[in-house]
Structure formats: C-alpha cells, structure tokens
Design a protein around this ligand. Structure first.
Ligand code: APR
Length: 304
C-alpha cells in the first residue's frame, strides 16, 4: 500500500510517524515548503533501525512522487490560533484544498481521500466537488476524533477504562457536534441512567470545547496527536476492511433527513472507502440537533 500525506506540519508528520511505525504502507510526505518534508522523512528513516520498521518513506515537493497512492490524507492548510473558530479558516484553506486536489486527481485518480484540514466538513465537501471522485472515496476525519475525545472525557469522569466506554459523536466538527447519549454506555450501562441532565450537558460541552482548549493551551497552532491518531484509526479500518462503525464526515443524500452536505455520520469503512452509512436509532432531539448541525455546515459551504 502507498499512503501520501499532503502537508508535513504537525498533523501530517505525526501521522507519518504512526503509519511508519505500523508498517501498514509506504509513506510519502509532501509540502509546499522546500526541505521540510525531505527533512522529516529522513528523520523518520533515521529512527527506523531503532524502532524496527522497514517501509519506504519519501519527503517531497513534487506530486509525481505521490503517483498511484491508495490513500491520500490532506492536512495542508493553516491551523487555527487562539480566538479563532474553525470557520475563520474557510477562505484561506479553501484555496489550498483546491490547489491540492487539482494535483491529486491527476496523480492518484483512484485514491481514497481523507481530509483533515479545517473547517473540516466544508473542506471535505470542497474536495468532493473539486475531485469529481465518487462520494464513497471522499471522507473527512472528525467524528472519529470527537468520539475518542468524548471517550477520554467519560472514562475520566466515571473512573473506568477507555475500553469500557461505548459512544459515538456525530454532526459538524465544531460547536454543533452531536454526542449521541442514546448510544453511550459506561461498562454496559446507559449513561442517561448514571448522571443527571446538567451533568450530561456539562460533559457534552466539554467535548465540544476540546479542540479550542488545546488551541488556547498551545498558544500557537492546534491539536495533532489525537487528530493523527483518529485518522490512523480510519486508515486501519480501511485496510482491515472490517465492519467497525466509525463516525466520519461524508456526503449525506437523504440519510437522517440530511442532503447535499458533508457532516459526521456513522459509516462502515473498507478497502474502497465508505461501504455504507449506518442507520442508528436515535432520539428525536438528537435527530433535530443533527439536522441543525448539518445546516450550519451548509451555511459555511455557501461562503466558499
Ligand atoms: N500544499 C501542501 N502543503 C501546504 C500547502 C499547500 N498548498 N499550504 C500549506 N501547506 C503546509 C504548510 O507548509 C505546513 O507544513 O501544510 C502544513 C500545515 O502544518 P501546520 O501548520 O503544522 O498545521 P497542522 O497542525 O498540521 O494542521 C493542519 O489540520 O487539524 C487541521 O486545523 C488544522 O487546518 C489545519 C490542518
């Protein structure tokens, strides 16, 4: 397998390290800045004898080196800074996505695209439009990240292991994301039986604010360990071709009453990308929140 990562900054380079250490695929790191992807690739290769991986790692500024990739992950773009919302990046990162996709669609026309650049749902929609790829091959990485963050928050709150938390977060990668309490269990018990309404609201707000909290703490740039880990979880599901349900940003065409927009929905991933959008039974208030969340992505897309 060949995985190309466009943008060799914090998210891209950390993802390259995860891919290299897993030995899942050969890896190409590409960036507009000369020297940076080459330097990071060489650094990763220097680590290989110690860690024990053997796959090919290439750093480049030339899209020809990404030719024939099975998966292309796009992290190119600006991260937000303190005080910025993800939406503030829409224009700046939109033009970067257009430039990147123009190249990828000629060099890797059969690849699965995973978009990480923010504002995630709008950028994934733009990549879908610009690439002309089938909707099954354009996927945004967000719900998987929001879900892992929520699992961490819940495990800490209830003092259980991460594996004992079952949950999923849908909707926009932003303030209107929808943590599905109806599908949240702590050691097998519904969370709604374990905490009062106020507490549940507090926990939901905590996950919504997770990204901004890290932006505030770092002072410069945004999160990258968890985003790269969530993307790697998606890559593993694609390669394993298993039926694991993950939340990803994808094109809705009537599912959950949403149409013509990218938003976080539960899907099964496989070798060809999205196998299906899974229909979960959710509460009426969750469905309403999911539709409103999709509307906020629509609004953002209209500014592109
Ligand atoms: N082509 C290729 N690479 C580009 C381009 C482009 N047109 N424009 C910018 N880049 C590169 C930058 O040179 C930089 O190395 O993208 C990289 C981005 O890296 P960082 O600034 O470290 O940002 P990072 O934290 O990795 O976040 C990247 O992911 O999570 C999102 O909000 C985040 O949109 C941001 C993206």
């Amino acid at each position: 397998m060949k995985i190309s990562i466009i943008g060799s900054g914090n998210v891209g380079a950390t993802l390259a390290k995860r891919v290299a250490e897993s030995e899942l695929a050969d890896c190409v790191l590409l960036d507009v800045v000369k020297g940076v992807p080459q330097g990071k690739a060489l650094d990763l290769l220097h680590a290989a004898p110690s860690v024990g991986y053997q796959k090919k790692i290439t750093g480049t500024n030339d899209y020809n080196d990404t030719k024939g990739s099975d998966i292309v992950v796009v992290t190119a773009g600006f991260p937000r800074q303190p005080g910025m919302s993800r939406g503030d990046l829409v224009k700046k990162n939109g033009s970067i996505i257009k430039a990147v996709i123009k190249n990828i669609k000629t060099t890797s026309p059969n690849a699965i695209l995973i978009i990480i650049t923010n504002p995630l749902d709008a950028m994934a929609y733009l990549a879908y439009k610009e690439s002309g790829f089938d909707k099954s091959r354009v996927i945004g990485m967000a719900g998987t990240l929001d879900t892992t963050r929520f699992k961490y928050i819940l495990a800490s709150e209830f003092g259980v292991k991460y594996k004992d938390v079952e949950t999923i977060v849908l909707g926009q990668h932003g303030p209107s994301m929808v943590p599905l309490l109806s599908h949240t269990r702590i050691s097998g018990k519904p969370i709604t039986e374990m905490a009062k309404k106020d507490k549940l609201e507090e926990l939901k707000n905590k996950v919504r604010e997770s990204g901004a909290k890290i932006v505030g703490l770092l002072g410069k740039g945004s999160a990258y360990y968890a985003p790269s880990a969530a993307c790697f979880e998606m890559i593993k599901a694609i390669v394993a071709n298993n039926d694991k349900i993950l939340s990803v940003s994808c094109l809705a065409q009537g599912e959950y009453g949403i149409s013509g927009v990218f938003t976080g929905l539960p899907v099964r991933l496989g070798r060809k990308g999205i196998k299906e959008i899974v229909k979960l039974n959710i509460e009426a208030d969750e469905l309403k929140a999911l539709k409103e969340s999709a509307d906020s992505v629509k609004e953002m897309i209209s500014t592109l």
